[in-house]
Design a binder for this molecule. Structure first.
Ligand code: NAP
Ligand code: F7E
Length: 337
């Protein structure tokens, strides 16, 4: 019989790619969205069939990770085979400005969801979106045996969620797993994360809409993979015979400066002429280097990354140039009318 999944964070980068993957596999996909004062479903509009369609396989429900009662009710109604907890306040820099909110949603929100699974009495498998940020100050390469040393309110909250997931597995025999994912990007990446900020900036500079891009620490090293490949690893974790935790990464470390070089060069530009330093993008405590060792995922899940950071930069720059030119063409049509 076709499986059913619930995704929190369905409007985000990963939620949109995971929805596509599960729909392709024949799942009925339920997405949790939070109410917002303007539309926030841009990344999933192309797969939403509309309320009037019969036999819909993609359905959206209003709820919030802050509302435990709504989560219980939703789970009781849907009775999903799999739950993917991707919802979070996911921005590390913002978590320093909003530490309590981040703790509430990114940390306690996970426990609300795990507790809702328990309270609703359903038999479901749970994926928790854990993060390489949990390794923080511990040097690379990082794998499942590397101790955590979180360096931000965001990663502290993720460590709490990580251990809560392990605890629900051990205490209640729940099939609950942690995917410890290293940075993964795409044309759907939020505009304020550094890769997308750079590739959008390249597109705008190329089009003559801006001359400079303001950035913080260019020395930070990250292991940047391609998001559509990473959601496949999430799904594979829930198809295993037993629950476990896995690092998902490319194994290649690249500095922000190097990503700048790849992105600007792809558009025939020299980044040195366009980038300025702005201290406001620095973090009170930085994570210097994250480079993952995903041997376990490769051996037990049969998962391997394909796209590396240079190609990724090219994919993102091309997509941003295309998107901007479509926007400009649309604006010209509106002005013409
Ligand atoms: P994202 O694009 O920032 O999406 C976050 C999602 O969470 C959005 O759908 C957002 O909804 C939702 N959300 C925020 N607050 C919520 C709340 N109070 N209740 C319910 N939903 C809420 O993040 P992403 O890059 O797709 O990442 C997915 C998950 O993986 C996150 O948990 C992130 O922390 C984690 N992670 C990401 C990476 C990465 O490199 N991308 C690496 C490791 C772990 P709105 O659209 O309404 O804001
Ligand atoms: O920063 C530096 C910044 O915000 C990367 C989230 O998905 O991945 C993400 O967290 C690096 C940092 O991602 C700017 O200081 C320089 O060292 O793109 P980011 P992140 O903090 O690594 C992890 C795995 C997650 O789990 C998170 O949810 O880039 N940097 N200048 C900058 N960063 C930003 N955002 N903006 C700048 O102007």
């Amino acid at each position: 019989m076709a499986k059913t999944a619930l995704i929190t964070g369905v409007t985000g980068q990963d939620g949109s790619y995971l929805s596509e993957l599960l729909l392709d596999k024949g799942y009925t996909v339920h997405g949790l969205i939070r109410r917002s004062s303007s539309f926030n479903t841009e990344r999933i509009d192309h797969i939403y069939q509309g309320p009037e369609e019969e036999n819909r396989s993609f359905l959206l429900h209003h709820a919030d990770l802050a509302d435990g009662v709504a989560l219980v009710n939703l789970l009781r109604d849907i009775r999903p085979d799999e739950v993917y907890n991707l919802g979070a306040q996911s921005h590390v820099r913002v978590s320093f400005d909003a530490p309590l909110y981040t703790g509430d949603i990114t940390g306690l929100g996970t426990v609300r969801l795990l507790e809702a699974v328990r309270a609703s009495g359903i038999d479901t498998r749970v994926y928790q979106a854990s993060s390489s940020e949990m390794f923080g100050a511990n040097p690379p390469p990082q794998n499942e045996r590397t101790p955590f040393h979180p360096r931000s309110p965001y990663s502290v909250a993720k460590v709490y969620s990580y251990w809560s997931t392990v605890n629900y597995r051990e205490a209640y025999g729940m099939f609950a797993v942690n995917g410890i994912l290293f940075n993964h990007e795409s044309p759907r990446r939020g505009e304020t994360f550094v890769t997308r900020k750079i590739t959008r900036g390249v597109a705008r500079i190329k089009a003559g809409l801006q001359t400079h891009l303001h950035l913080g620490n260019l020395d930070a090293v990250r292991d940047w993979g391609y998001a559509p490949e990473y959601v496949e690893a999430m799904w594979r974790m829930l198809q295993c015979d037993a629950p476990d935790d896995y690092v998902v990464a490319t194994g290649e470390g690249v500095s922000v400066r190097q990503f700048l070089e790849y992105s600007f060069a792809h558009a025939g530009l020299d980044w040195r002429e366009h980038v300025r330093y702005d201290a406001k993008y620095e973090r009170p405590s930085e994570v210097d280097a994250l480079i993952g060792d995903a041997t376990k995922a490769e051996e037990l899940l049969g998962w391997k990354p394909v796209v590396r950071s240079r190609e990724l930069a090219g994919i993102m720059v091309d997509a941003d140039i295309r998107q901007l030119s479509d926007q400009l063409a649309g604006a010209a049509v509106r002005v013409d009318r």
